[in-house]
Design a protein around this ligand. Structure first.
Ligand SMILES: Cc1cc2nc3c(=O)[nH]c(=O)nc-3n(C[C@H](O)[C@H](O)[C@H](O)COP(=O)(O)OP(=O)(O)OC[C@H]3O[C@@H](n4cnc5c(N)ncnc54)[C@H](O)[C@@H]3O)c2cc1C
Ligand code: FES
Length: 369
């Protein structure tokens, strides 16, 4: 017969085994932690919304306090925000719009979100989220460079594409950037200027910053889009590092004009907020997928991309934008053929690196995942 002490010890041992001899103890602890303090949950990286500020009629800045274990970011990097909407987890990428010092000193970051009128997530974020709510977020991703302190810089931004520039400019101001900096910011009208107060503050503390805001639809009869005259007004253009973020049409014209003005390709850095080309919907795929490192097999007949197939099989591959932009989901295919959903192009059957988020298997595929 067991003594009381022995019984307690056996019970504790059993409890310990139940909780710790699991791949994911978060399953046990999270429901309790979620009630005690949502920032302690382990199964996703939580961030509490501290405040929401109106930037314009369709854009809001959310100030987030991520759990302390979040790894921080470099200016120009992005995070995925994960929310549970009607019982389903949705994830969307946003560029961090604040300076790293806000995170380092106050444990906060901001994202500035424009509401896409027919969007699935951004209207929901605007309508449903307020101070005190908790969202999930990923580690920061994106390998856009940052200018060195003596590098002349030109930012060309359109609409919500101002967010990387806001973060980079704040960091440059804090580091007392030494060289000329120009921001050409294209908005539809004066009501659409995002970060207006921040841009004014930046001009005070970064005296060599010149900001030109172009209200492109101020005169509906003659809309003013980016043209050669805007660039001719930028002194020493050919020697500047150029950072572009905005609608695809603006990015196209900007790269063309910069090239004509003698700016080398390697001086031009582009951040895309959406796919560069329209998705090709009529891809025919499906097949058996072997995830060799995890020892998992899955079959798909619904033309789904490999990222979704992996997630369905309870794998947790790394990803960022989920739209073919950031290459965070790059993975080694060891055999088999995939179709690129954006271009419709079929891969070779051999070993190569593919993007999980836009690759649909055609037949049997083996991945080093
Ligand atoms: C790396 C990266 C960083 C980003 N940073 C920011 C940011 O700082 N601030 C911000 O507001 N947005 C940013 N975005 C865009 C943001 O993620 C999208 O606006 C968002 O995914 C739209 O989500 P949704 O669910 O509302 O729309 P969805 O349901 O995904 O899309 C609905 C419709 O809107 C179109 N659409 C999607 N995105 C856009 C867009 N950006 N502009 C116009 N139409 C679009 C889609 O093609 C579709 O027709 C970023 C995107 C990427 C890839
Ligand atoms: S997740 Fe960004 S390219 Fe695949």
């Amino acid at each position: 017969m067991l003594s009381i002490t022995e019984k307690h010890s056996t019970a504790l041992k059993w409890l310990g085994q139940q909780v710790f001899n699991r791949q994911n103890p978060a399953v046990y602890f999270d429901p309790v932690l979620e009630v005690l303090n949502p920032l302690w949950v382990r199964r996703y990286l939580p961030a509490r919304i501290e405040s929401v500020d109106e930037e314009t009629h369709d854009t809001r800045t959310f100030t987030l306090r991520p759990a302390k274990r979040w790894g921080g970011f470099r200016p120009g990097q992005h995070i995925n925000i994960q929310v549970e909407k009607n019982g389903r987890w949705c994830s969307r990428p946003f560029t961090v719009s604040s300076a790293p010092s806000l995170w380092a000193e106050q444990g906060q970051v901001t994202i500035t979100v424009k509401r896409v009128a027919d969007g699935e997530v951004t209207p929901w974020l605007h309508e449903q989220l307020g101070a005190g709510d908790v969202v999930g977020l990923t580690e920061a991703f994106g390998d856009e460079p940052n200018p060195t302190h003596d590098e002349p810089v030109l930012f060309i931004a359109g609409g919500s594409g101002i967010t990387p520039a806001l973060s980079q400019l704040q960091a440059m101001a804090e580091q007392a950037h030494q060289a000329p900096v120009t921001l050409l910011y294209f908005v539809r009208s004066g009501d659409d200027v995002i970060g207006a107060a921040m841009l004014e503050r930046l001009q005070q503390c970064l005296p060599q910053l010149s900001v030109t805001i172009v209200e492109s639809e101020a005169n509906p009869e003659a809309p003013e889009h980016l043209n050669a005259a805007h660039l001719e007004a930028v002194s020493g253009l050919a020697g500047r590092s150029c950072y572009l973020c905005g609608p695809p049409a603006m990015m196209d014209i900007a790269t063309e004009l910069l090239s004509q003005a003698g700016v080398a390709d390697e001086q031009v850095h582009q951040t895309f907020f959406g796919p560069k080309s329209a998705p090709q919907m009529d891809v025919e795929g499906g097949g058996a997928v072997s995830f060799t490192r995890s020892g998992v097999e899955a079959t798909d007949q619904d033309n789904r991309v490999l990222l979704e197939i992996a997630e369905e099989a309870n794998l947790n591959p790394r990803y960022g934008c989920r739209m073919g932009i950031c290459h965070q989901c790059s993975c080694r295919k060891t055999s088999g053929t995939v179709i690129n959903r954006m271009t419709g192009v079929e891969s070779s059957p051999g070993e190569e690196t593919i993007q999980l988020c836009i690759s649909v298997p055609r037949g049997a595929v083996t991945l080093d995942l």
